[in-house]
Design a protein around this ligand. Structure first.
Ligand SMILES: Cc1cc2nc3c(=O)[nH]c(=O)nc-3n(C[C@H](O)[C@H](O)[C@H](O)COP(=O)(O)OP(=O)(O)OC[C@H]3O[C@@H](n4cnc5c(N)ncnc54)[C@H](O)[C@@H]3O)c2cc1C
Length: 440
């Protein structure tokens, strides 16, 4: 295998049935050498793809805390947004830390990811979320994403594709490595990182630019409601949901008006009784998802981030597509919500009054439940950027496209208007182009 090849290998269409998550790299493992016989008959040693990165990590293991590494750009996160940025850095001449002779390269980048394996947040989604349920997972730049079987779990199919992508473009993602903070130090960004498996190992990258692509999955949003702490049953968030069987032991109240709520209701309803509660009546979209609907939704979210307001999810603006499964759910009464309850009690939820508007379901003033399932979304995972004080009085960060207006060295991708797979792709390209203009 030639580790220097820039051409992507076209992936096989689907992961092998027994695919296990990639084991974390063992830095102590002896490197296996591969031999290649050239056309001239000469035998050459082929360097393993990740060999330099492994050696680097091995060296780090022997060093005290806080090794310092100079690098031009740090990318935080290897989901869709981070991989897109890494691809564009790579194709504009940046060399990945860990690549052969990277120390001598004119311009360098490193991708740090705290997840154990390739796949971004997709590897952590519930097993029942199939590729058919996902609303269009866009391919990454430069390599097709072939999905012959839409009934495959997204948590297997997308990570398999990402793994091949990282390998094909030689991106040398360092994982599992968590960025704990980013600070400013005399014109450089100090990106503090720590091995997830061996927290005593830390590296501080001194960077000239930063692409933050840390997604939202690690920040599930739990709204506060009266009585929440008194409930004696089970409370869980979409983030922690795995299978409908786990919730089949009693009535489930599902809270939230987005796609996750709808999909989980349809999964749970065949096994047990459910109540759906939302703050607003859902907007069902009859027509096909036209590109202009998407563009208008993105423009609305962008308006908010430009004004420094916390971003709203793109899906919350586009409404829910009226698929045959969703239509059947509405006809069965599963997907007809009640308005938000007034309080949570020790055994369930209670309403003070019946809704007056048409469209809402009605029911008893008190509902007993075994589970409250909070499908209430996620927030941008930006805690590690807190030392930079980027948030303004509006509660969000004032943005111009992917650029933080207050500090243009920092690019946020997969944030606000680019929080979709297609948006993340574009944002990766834009962020790199802006950093190239800024960092001569
Ligand atoms: C349930 C659900 C379903 C969705 N379905 C779709 C869909 O069908 N189609 C679509 O276009 N979009 C969908 N989205 C939105 C979509 O997932 C995202 O827009 C896109 O995949 C996110 O990519 P990302 O790179 O921004 O983030 P992620 O995929 O979340 O990747 C972020 C990466 O950053 C890493 N990270 C986070 N913090 C740190 C840190 N401090 N240090 C190091 N690494 C860190 C994480 O480990 C992760 O690997 C869905 C979202 C959810 C929640």
């Amino acid at each position: 295998m030639d580790s220097t090849a820039d051409e992507p290998r076209v992936p096989s269409a689907s992961p092998p049935a027994d695919l296990e998550p990639e084991p974390a790299v063992d830095p102590d493992k002896t490197l296996e050498l591969t031999f290649d016989i050239g056309e001239d008959g000469a035998v050459r040693v082929v360097p393993p793809v990740a060999a330099p990165a492994r050696r680097r990590r091995a060296r780090r293991a022997q060093q005290p805390a806080d090794e310092r590494v100079d690098v031009d750009v740090v990318v935080i996160g290897a989901g869709q947004a981070g991989l897109s940025a890494a691809y564009h850095l790579r194709s504009s001449g940046f060399t990945a830390v860990g690549e052969r002779d990277w120390e001598r390269a004119a311009r360098t980048f490193v991708v740090l990811d705290e997840a154990p394996s390739p796949g971004g947040a997709w590897q952590l989604r519930w097993p029942g979320l199939t590729m058919a349920d996902a609303h269009g997972v866009h391919e990454l730049p430069g390599m097709p994403f072939l999905v012959p079987d839409l009934s495959e779990p997204a948590a297997r199919t997308v990570p398999y594709y990402f793994a091949q992508y990282e390998d094909a473009f030689d991106l040398h993602v360092q994982r599992p490595v968590r960025v704990t903070s980013v600070r400013d130090d005399e014109g450089r960004l100090l990106v503090e990182s720590r091995s997830v498996e061996r927290p005593e190992e830390s590296v501080v990258f001194r960077a000239r630019g930063l692409v933050n692509a840390s997604g939202t999955w690690t920040k599930p949003f739990w709204p506060a409601y009266p009585g929440q702490g008194s409930f004696r049953g089970r409370q869980l968030h979409t983030h922690d949901y795995r299978t409908p069987e786990e919730l089949a032991d009693g009535h489930v109240v599902v809270i939230g008006g987005g796609t996750s709520a709808v999909q989980l209701l349809l999964a749970i309803a065949p096994l047990t009784s459910t109540t759906w509660v939302t703050r607003r009546l859902p907007t069902w979209r009859e027509e096909e998802f036209a590109p202009e609907v998407g563009r208008a939704a993105v423009a609305l979210v962008e308006e908010r981030t430009r004004a420094g307001l916390p971003p709203q999810s793109v899906v919350s603006v586009t409404g829910l597509p009226l698929t045959p499964a969703y239509r059947a759910g509405i006809e069965a009464g599963v997907l007809v919500p009640r308005p938000m309850f007034s309080r949570i009690t020790t055994t369930g939820v209670e309403w003070d009054r019946e809704p007056t508007e048409p469209g809402w379901a009605t029911g008893p003033a008190a509902v007993e439940a075994t589970t409250l399932l909070w499908c209430t979304g996620f927030r941008a995972a930006l805690d590690h950027l807190a030392p930079l004080h980027l948030r303004g009085p509006g509660g969000g960060i004032v943005m111009d496209g992917t650029t933080v207006v207050g500090d243009p060295r920092i690019q946020l991708v997969g944030y606000g208007p680019s929080a979709s797979t297609i948006g993340a792709n574009r944002a990766g390209r834009e962020a790199v182009s802006r950093l190239r203009a800024l960092l001569p």
